[in-house]
Design a protein around this ligand. Sequence first.
Ligand code: WTA
Length: 648
Amino acid sequence: MSNFYYPKKEMFKDPQFSSMDEYRAVVEDFNEDYEGTWAQLANAKIDWFKPFTKILNEDEAPFYKWFEDGELNVAYQCIDRHLKDKKNKAAIIFEGDNGDQEVITYRELAYKVSQTANMFKDNFNIKKGDRVVIYMPMIPQAAIVMLACAKIGAIHSVVFGGFSAEALRDRIIDASAKLVVTADGAFRKGKPYMLKPVVDEALKVGCESVQKVCVIERNNEDIHWEPNRDYSYNELIKSQSSFCKSEHMNAEDPLFLLYTSGSTGKPKGVQHSSAGYILWAQLTMEWVFDIKDNDTFWCTADVGWITGHTYIVYGPLAAGATTVMFEGVPTFPDAGRCWKMVEEYRINQFYTAPTAIRLLHKMGANEPKKYDLSSLRILGTVGEPIDPPAWKWYYEVVGNSNCSIVDTYWQTETGGHMISPLPAATPIKPACATFALPGIEAKVIETDGTLTPTGEKGFMCITKPWPSMIRTIWNDPERFKKSYFGDCKVNGKPVYFTGDGAMVDEDGYITITGRTDDVINVSGHRMGTAEVEAAIKKHDNVAAVAVVGKPHDIKGEGIFAYVVLKSDDGIADELEIIKEINTMIKTEIGAIALCDDVAFVPDLPKTRSGKIMRRILRSIAKNEPITQDISTLEDPTIVAKIEAIINS
Ligand code: WTA
């Protein structure tokens, strides 16, 4: 059939799955013996300190436990065990914003992680179970610090460097972090930028749990040093020994927290396990990215997001691969930066977000042709649905119609890929995530568990527990149950609901249709509309606000805010207020949540019980006809008034 793109077999040597029959065979293994197949994989892939005897414990569902009596150490799995046969292999290749390069071998990574782990124990009294907040740029020390935490059993919580002091503070307080690790700053687009002042600001209020701040010197700009609180990583590391024993961790001990947005309230601390998480991170590197010993793998995400955790740090290193870390941005010094790096490092797998693909397409459609990209075998996308034109450019121009595109669907909560093509096996349809990976029971269903008919939109659910799934929300197990296991049931039993809609076509292919809740996806970043609204409401002159997503050429979705003012003194003031609202957002969340559109409206469409009808606002923002029944609104005339304002 013409709409399929078949993998180029000659691009793959000995792939894990070379045909759909092989895929179906492993799916069949799972169907026959779900737990047994997982156990086999866990035994084969993980270097256990103490083997597990129990596979899956469902007694306290949905608080599932996997391999619960096994013991391991994730840093050992990612580094030490490779020292036997890969000690001189590049583990991390780093390229700085200004082109500076550093190669860290597995041997060097082992001693740097050990030194850092020893520093955490000796200088900062960090013990198993303590929380360490990491607020860092994209430099190798970010990975080293994460792994040092894993080595001694501390739980890290990486906070994306683009978040504001307020957002950082909320996360520090929620996790009661004992240590914050940061950098003075780093470089972006040829200029230094700062991080440490944001930490100083965050720690001004309410962060009593924080005892010490460890500062990595990267850009060497002047910073404030707080006596008895702030310490230089670069100084302390000098006296640390290069061996540190790996703490024996239980399979279910938390490896990390990562805060992500939900449809209501504050961001939630997604808690991941040690064994289940690392097993799936490693397996998906092998299955989806077909990682081979001589490959160089580049994921362009930031370590502050789950993609950076699983596919820059944990997955590639657990698989013994070479992972690339890049400090800069894809458009500096020009839109050929990524392709230049692909050429120079002979990248084999390139993994990025549709928003970056759209941007690079727009800014330099012919740039890839200037470079030798023949090393590429697999191109990946993640974070949001990719649109067919972007897909086509990625396939034809970047991949020279030779590479398989893996459109990987997953979430912070799933730990690793859930739905994705297998690069040497799956015939691909553009912009389609295709099939659930073996071991993952992904179904598009109605809330009562019945399968949604072919071609119709339903709820994307994972109907069986899987090893790398979220274990709970830090400090809030009730919210965990409600957020993920409250909406859909199969045979009366709650199943994991992703929050996304999806559709299965006549060939059984799954397409993700986007969020069904009040979460928007801006440049592949998940944002709760409630969070943005809370920030805007802090403005003195704002009486009410509703935020929705609106399609955006580059970002996928942009932020559209409908604002009701307490007093409206004319247009000049409104422009001033838009500026102030955006300053508010920068302070409360960070620049990633800035509004693309702000519309001042007399009121919001509300039901008689006071619920804001966001669907109507979404339709207006998209300039779509309103199909909802508006007669039940408290004031049905408000819809026409808002439309008139938007169209004026
Ligand atoms: C969306 C990122 C369509 C989805 C790994 C999900 C996608 C949210 C895809 C998770 C994809 C992720 N196609 N949509 N291939 N991948 N999403 O937690 O809405 O930052 O729920 O994890 O991104 O975002 P998160």
